[in-house]
Write a protein that binds this ligand. Structure first.
Ligand SMILES: NC(=O)c1ccc[n+]([C@@H]2O[C@H](COP(=O)([O-])OP(=O)(O)OC[C@H]3O[C@@H](n4cnc5c(N)ncnc54)[C@H](O)[C@@H]3O)[C@@H](O)[C@H]2O)c1
Length: 344
């Protein structure tokens, strides 16, 4: 396959992981970078040896001949940047959260569809190898048909020192973290028909909610609970592990802290260590997320080569984003929210 020529927009905290991962992918290179902050541009450009640097994305799109752009800015700039890429007919990856509102996200999907360019949301959590291991057990039929799931992320980790903007937004845990866990619920149990939510703010120093509990009806008939907290102080800090419990009519799956996967099913009980590998550039405890960044970026390159729609395409991610909107609406009204009414 020809080497794809990509550009990164946004050289902040998380983009460094994306740059490391691009360095591990033979068929793609980042040949230009953009950040409106010259200091971030210098740091990332020097670290990864990228000479072509821009402080303005429109200038970069006009000057460079690109096979894709990778947008790693925070949410407020996602819609204008995706629309800019679409106007240049350049395939585009956009970090999560996809957009500030579902209406913006729908407009972004339409812009890329009209331009005929692929759009993938960098929704990487489902690409974590422990989550892929759970999916493989479901696919094997070992536990039969799932009727219940609990997808849980509870932590007391200080995410605010690396990402200070997380402390200031009116929306916090559902928009930033819950979005990943809701996507995992969809990945494992299928699309959702209705959602009930409750939220709380335990940490008085932040503006948004740091606890969220969501009860979902899946179209398959399964019920799930997605629970997230950044206010949970445990003896052994699990960040950033997502724990999974799934019950099926023939057995159970438990992905427990420490990446221990226990499957009880048609062939008895097995216990496996499904710890993610520690990539050479990764650091604990982030290595689980860092490995998934490499996996999703490899998936993108494969999709560009084959013409296949990415698993977390913009169109797919509307169905995850609708759960975020439903959770905020449902927490405010204390009523269940129907998902199909948000997607029409
Ligand atoms: N998928 C994951 O696992 C994961 C983890 C952490 C963060 N994120 C997401 O990554 C995104 C970035 O987060 P971060 O913590 O790196 O933020 P950050 O603030 O550290 O970095 C964002 C960078 O984008 C630049 N920028 C903003 N608007 C721009 C524009 N219009 N043109 C050019 N540059 C612009 C800023 O100057 C900054 O350097 C967020 O959407 C966040 O939710 C994802």
């Amino acid at each position: 396959m020809a080497n794809l020529n990509g550009a990164l927009i946004g050289c902040g905290f998380f983009a460094v992981n994306q740059m490391h991962a691009w360095g591990d992918i033979e068929d793609a290179s980042i040949t230009a970078i953009c950040d409106r902050d010259p200091e971030r541009l210098r740091i990332v450009g020097d670290q990864f040896g990228v000479a072509r640097r821009y402080t303005d994305a429109a200038a970069m799109l006009s000057a460079e001949k690109l096979d894709f752009v990778d947008i790693a800015t925070t949410v407020g700039s996602h819609r204008p940047l995706v629309e800019l890429a679409a106007s240049h007919r350049v395939p585009v990856i956009c970090q999560k959260p996809f957009a500030p509102t579902l209406a913006d996200a729908k407009a972004m999907v339409t812009a890329c569809a009209d331009a005929g360019v692929p759009l993938m949301v960098h929704e990487n959590f489902r690409w974590q190898s422990p989550i892929q291991a759970v999916r493989a057990v479901l696919d094997s039929g070992e536990i039969g048909t799932p009727f219940f799931g609990r997808i849980s992320f509870r932590s007391g980790y200080d995410v605010f020192s690396g990402q200070p903007y997380l402390a200031t937004g009116k929306r916090f845990i559902i928009e930033d973290l819950g979005i990943h866990i809701l996507d995992i619920a969809r990945f494992l149990l299928g699309d959702v028909s209705s959602l009930t939510a409750r939220t709380a703010r335990i940490n008085p120093a932040i503006a948004g909610e740091d606890v969220a509990t969501m009860l979902m009806d899946h179209q398959s008939g399964a019920t799930s609970v997605v629970d997230c907290s950044y206010a949970t102080k445990l003896a052994v800090e699990p960040f950033p592990e997502t724990l999974v419990e799934i019950d099926g009519n023939d057995g159970t799956i438990r992905l427990a802290q420490g990446y221990r996967l226990t499957v009880t099913g048609r062939n008895g009980t097995t216990v496996r260590d499904v710890s993610p590998p520690l990539l050479p550039w990764a650091s604990r405890p982030w290595h689980n997320i860092q490995e998934s960044v490499l996996a999703i970026q490899k998936h993108w390159v494969g999709c560009l080569a084959s013409g296949e729609e990415p698993a977390t395409s913009g169109a797919d991610n509307l169905k995850t984003f609708a759960l975020v909107e439903a959770a905020y609406a449902g927490a405010a009204s204390r009523e269940p929210v129907r998902i199909d009414s948000l997607l029409t």
